[in-house]
Every structure is written in C-alpha cells, then in structure tokens.
Design a protein around this ligand. Structure first.
Ligand code: HEM
Length: 402
C-alpha cells in the first residue's frame, strides 16, 4: 500500500478551482484559511495545494527553484505565445527581462500619460458620452488597455480593430485554442516587417525601444521581441482590463467610497487603485507546479504537485489587513502581491498603475455623479473570467448626472 500523502484528503469536495465560478469565493477561501494556511483542492481535475496566507503565497512566489514559473508556462502559454519571459529561467530570463523591462520602469511610465493615456481615455469617452449611459466594461475597460499597448507599440490606428481581435482571441486561449493560435500567427506575420522597419529607422515607440535597447553589447533577437510583444496582450492588456473593471465595480457598489474619491481625485485616486487591487486582484489564483518532492514550510509536497497561489486569499489575510473584507480607499497600503513577487513578478506594474489612475481620473472628471443602474448590480459583481484564476465584472451599466 502506498504511503499516505498530503494530497490524500481534499478539504473541499465537488468544486474544481480551475473551472468553476464560486459565487462566494472569498468566503470559501476565508473558511479554508481559518482551518489551516493551505488547503487540498481539485484544480483542473487533479489534486492541488492551494496556498492561502500572505506569508505562504509571498514565500512561494520568491522560491523560484522550488516552484519554477517556466514549468507551468512552457505547457500552458508556450504553444501559443512562444518562448516568453514566463517560459525562461535563470540567466536567460534575467538577461531578456533586463533588456525588455526598462521602458516600463516607474520613472519611464510618466512619459506615456500625457501623450497616450489621457488622450485615449478621452477618445473612448467621446464615443459614448452623448448617449447618457454606457456599459463601462464593453465600451471602455475592454478597449483602453489594448489600445494603450497598440499605441505604445506605434501600430497604425487604422489597424486597431484587428489588433483588438487578436488580443481578444489570445485571452480566450483556454476556451478556443485554435483561434488563439491563429491570432498569434497573424499578429506575428503582421508585426515582423514592422520590426525590420523600426530597426532601420527607430522612432520613439516601444518596438523601436525593444529592438534597439542593449546592455553590455547584448540585445533581444527578433524572436525574443516577438514573444515579448505577443505576451503583452494577455499579460498587459487583459489584466489591466479586469483591474479597471474591478476598481469601477468596487466603487460603484460602495457609493460612500466613490463619494470620498470624487471629493478629491488627486488625493485619493492612487489609493483607490491600490485598494481595488487588494480587494479583488484580477489575477486571483495563479497555478504553478512543484516538480520535485520537497519539504517546504512544514509541508511534504510530492513531486509534480500542482500548486495554486491564492493571491486573493493572501490579500484578505486578517494577519496583515484589518477588516480585510471591507473596501476602504483610506486604507493606504500598497499591495505589490497583486503583481506577483520574485523574479517573475509583473514587468509592467508601474504602467498598469499609471493606466488605471489616468483612466479613473478622466472617467470621473468627464462623467460626474457616476452611478450604477438599479438593475445592473448582478452584472457588476466580480466573477470568474476564463476559469477561476482571472476575475472581473461582466458589465458595468452606468449613468451619470453631470
Ligand atoms: C493590473 C494589471 C496587471 C496585473 C494585476 C498583473 C499581474 C501580473 C502577475 C501576477 C504576474 C506574475 C505571473 C507569475 O508569476 O506567474 C505578471 C507578470 C507579467 N506582467 Fe503583469 N500585470 C498587470 C499589468 C501588466 C502590464 C500593463 C504589463 C506590460 C505592459 C504587464 C507585463 C507583464 C509581464 C511581461 C510579466 C512576465 C514577467 C516575467 O515572467 O518575468 N503586466 N503580471
């Protein structure tokens, strides 16, 4: 008889954490965490270890040798996006990231606010402001982050609808893999000649920066640039789309917090974004794997155990946050964990913060007295999108009084 293992007894029966939307996800995670700092659950049909506390999730992200990101990404996104940063490790990852990340540094993203982010936010609002009502998910949140990337890359405005379709198809990869593979292929064919052009005649766009950026004589080759560009859509646009939806959902369903924010946008906008990222992080659960059997933080983890880092449980851990279930923009705590940690943490977090803050300010300036329609609450609730890992609202049907 095989020796008993950690995975023998699941803590929750009848729920697959990869696929199902749990309407009371936060309550389930809190209940599990009150019993012990991890739980054994089903994930995509296999038994997995779900890490639930801020301490364990943070330690696991930082422990790249035990839970290497590449082991998962090579299987999941690798076939569609190619060998992205997420599929690399060690020196190769450090070097490629060192070359790709500089345009996203905190001190660089300010240059994008006035020329790209603000005009784009206004342009999208111009399209619906006259109607007196809008669905801010369909008409703003799904468009803005894709178009930010498209404009950062300096792609022609006339191609934006096609770029948007590719981004959409890449996002729905787990549900429609063939469409995603086609999108990846078409995007690559489209952007390859642009790369060559920008190498010959660099401009001040992101593609030019990526093809010319060098460190100690090294620079990214074409395939590294291409895989980075493909990654930008799922990693950079979809996450930001969901974060924007979650922020607006939180504010619209907490009118006291919205009123506080509107009382002084410059004072509160950044904090509202950080608190929304804590309260409902768009990447709620992040799957990894533990390739080798290991003793880790008191757990005997068998080889090949799927590990789920519950960012959303960690960010509501009562050991770190007082009244963790309350959405309170005066909390004033930054929450980097929403962007992961360790060597594979988000390379675009400062761009994301700049995008979100700019969008929130422009939306509230242009649409004063923003409110959710009375029959729109169910759609505005944050739910699972394309599997449980990613979370956002389906629709935000709003009006405004101004
Ligand atoms: C609110 C918006 C965002 C959230 C919540 C978010 C979240 C994350 C998380 C959790 C990871 C770590 C994944 C892992 O460890 O497996 C990650 C990685 C990454 N993100 Fe973001 N992200 C956001 C926006 C962006 C933006 C705007 C960009 C770039 C334009 C971006 C680019 C990346 C890249 C390139 C990686 C891979 C880094 C590596 O493997 O070295 N992200 N992001």
């Amino acid at each position: 008889m095989a020796a008993p293992t950690l995975l023998d007894t699941p803590d929750v029966e009848g729920i697959d954490f990869a696929f199902e939307d749990l309407p009371d996800l936060h309550a389930t995670l809190a209940r599990l965490r009150s019993r012990r700092p991890f739980a054994v659950v089903s994930f995509a049909g296999a038994r997995a270890v779900l890490l639930l506390t801020n301490g364990l999730v943070s330690a696991a992200f930082r422990d790249e040798p035990t839970f290497p990101a590449a082991a998962v990404y090579r299987m999941t996104t690798g076939p569609v996006l190619g060998k992205t940063l997420q599929c690399m490790d060690g020196t190769e990852h450090r070097n490629a990231r060192g070359l790709a990340a500089p345009p996203f540094r905190r001190n660089r993203v300010a240059e994008y606010v006035q020329p790209i982010l603000e005009p784009l936010a206004h342009e999208l609002i111009d399209r619906f402001q006259g109607h007196g009502r809008a669905d801010l998910v369909a008409e703003f949140a799904t468009k803005y982050p894709v178009l930010v990337i498209s404009r950062l890359l300096g792609l022609p405005v006339r191609d934006e609808a096609t770029v948007h379709r590719w981004a959409h198809d890449l996002f729905y990869f787990p549900l429609a893999p063939e469409a995603a593979m086609r999108a990846s292929r078409e995007f690559t064919e489209y952007v390859t000649p642009i790369l060559a052009e920008r190498r010959r005649e660099p401009g001040d766009d992101l593609i030019s920066k990526l093809v010319t950026e060098s460190a100690e004589g090294e620079h990214l080759d074409d395939e590294q640039v291409l895989s980075f560009l493909r990654l930008l859509f799922p990693a950079g646009a979809d996450t930001t789309m969901l974060a924007l939806g979650n922020t607006l959902s939180a504010l619209l369903t907490h009118p006291d917090q919205l009123a506080l924010l509107e009382s002084d946008l410059n004072e509160h906008a950044d904090w509202a974004i950080w608190e929304a990222l804590r309260w409902e992080p768009p990447v709620g659960l992040l799957p990894r794997v533990c390739p080798e059997a290991v003793e880790w933080n008191g757990l005997s983890i068998p080889a090949l155990t799927p590990m789920i880092f519950s960012i959303n449980a960690a960010l509501r851990d009562p050991a770190v946050y007082e009244q963790p279930d309350e959405f309170d923009i005066s909390r004033r705590q930054t929450t980097m964990l929403a962007f992961g940690q360790g060597p594979h943490s988000c390379a675009g977090n400062w761009l994301a913060i700049a995008e979100l803050t700019t969008a929130l300010k422009v939306l509230l300036q242009r649409l004063p007295g923003l409110y959710l329609h009375a029959d729109a609450r169910a759609d505005a609730k944050v739910v699972s999108q394309v599997g449980t890992a990613l979370r956002g609202p389906n629709a935000l049907r709003v009006g405004w009084r101004g």
